[in-house]
Ligand binder design. Structure first.
Ligand SMILES: [Zn+2]
Ligand SMILES: [Zn+2]
Length: 348
């Protein structure tokens, strides 16, 4: 694609975003909105409220959460579906293929399973679905002219491959003693704490990488691919350009400095890849007997896909609040976003 065409595509996206922001009055275009305003973690609020912090952490893990499920999947992966660390000393086709195939299976299990449940069998209809518009078919902006096939292709061909490449690099590094390792017996407390810290770290890391990806040259080359999805489904989460996959999953390189067990490495990568699928489900959660039993899609990121220039991060660390890009879902926040866009476009 020529540069001019790419630039046109980007300004198209900007025009679409601007008209979406303008058109919308008091969020009337949403099929469902959660309780508003959206709340960020009390961890960074003053004065300190220990009970609120405890309750926030508890609810994000128990009684059942995507985080807990991913710890389980990481444990199954490590104990049953992973090459022995000593086999990872030399790069060889067998164990690398094993990691790639397992990760592909996990991607299909999580993104594919959610897609079947919510979009093919429509088990929940449009209950707690943020944006009820159908995922796009016969649309030229997507690879294969089809949003789901486009999303599956980029998630698997690029996403699973780069995810596996990082895992291979880390396992190879650990097997050869280049990456510091941590054993349960050395420090059980730190061993457990590392699982709790990954979501916090993700909120920090994702915000900054994502902000960088919105830098216009990088947006045009890479991030525009993810933003083809103005409405999202589970396969949209990891549908990214390879450059974005390299940056996003580069998170795990922190363990060249912070000692970890292979289980933490597997969990860290699965947390980034599999929660990308769950947070893009497009539904607030799995409703059973009129109650949300498992939180999935996040409204703040759903808004990012529709409005583009807000909510770059998550809710664990309030970076968007600190830098003025937080959209809490209310009409007041929407007016502020409209004002920012008008100023950015040089309008009065
Ligand atoms: Zn973005
Ligand atoms: Zn997204």
């Amino acid at each position: 694609m020529s540069e001019q065409l790419t630039a046109d595509a980007t300004s198209d996206v900007n025009r679409t975003a601007t008209s979406a922001v303008r058109r919308e009055k008091r969020g009337s275009k949403w099929n469902y909105r959660p309780d508003l305003p959206l709340q960020v973690s009390p961890m960074f609020q003053w004065p300190v409220r220990p009970l609120a912090i405890f309750s926030w952490i508890w609810k994000s893990w128990f009684p059942v959460s995507e985080r807990l499920i991913i710890v389980g999947l990481a444990a199954i992966s490590w104990f049953y579906l992973h090459p022995a660390l000593e086999d990872c000393r030399d790069l060889a086709f067998g164990w690398i293929a094993q990691i790639w195939a397992r990760n592909l299976g996990l991607m299909f299990l999580v993104a594919g399973g959610l897609h079947l449940y919510f979009f093919v069998f429509r088990k929940q209809g449009d209950v707690r679905r943020y944006d009820a518009r159908a995922l796009k078919t016969d649309n030229n902006s997507f690879t294969f002219k089809n949003q789901v096939l486009d999303n599956m292709f980029w998630s698997c061909a690029s996403g699973v491959t780069i995810w596996s490449a990082y895992e291979v690099l880390m396992m190879w590094g650990m097997a050869n003693g280049y990456v510091p390792t941590l054993a349960w017996s050395e420090s059980p407390v730190w061993f457990v704490l590392l699982f709790l810290l990954v979501p916090l770290w993700e909120s920090f890391y994702f915000y900054w990488v994502h902000r960088f990806l919105h830098w216009p040259p990088l947006y045009r080359i890479a991030h525009a691919l993810h933003h083809r999805n103005t409405n999202v489904g589970p396969w949209s989460g990891m549908s990214m350009h390879p450059i974005e996959h390299v940056l996003y999953l580069g998170t795990v390189l922190i363990h060249w400095v912070v000692a970890a067990h292979p289980l933490h490495i597997i969990y860290h990568l699965q947390y980034f890849t599999l929660t990308a699928a769950t947070t893009h489900t497009g539904f607030e959660g799995l409703v059973v007997k009129d109650k949300n039993r498992l939180s999935l899609g996040t409204f703040h990121h759903q808004m990012h896909h529709r409005y583009f220039e807000c909510n770059y991060g998550g809710l664990e660390m309030p970076w968007d609040k600190w830098f003025g890009s937080f959209h809490d879902g209310t009409s007041e926040a929407h007016e502020r976003l409209r004002g920012r866009r008008r100023r950015a476009l040089g309008e009065a």
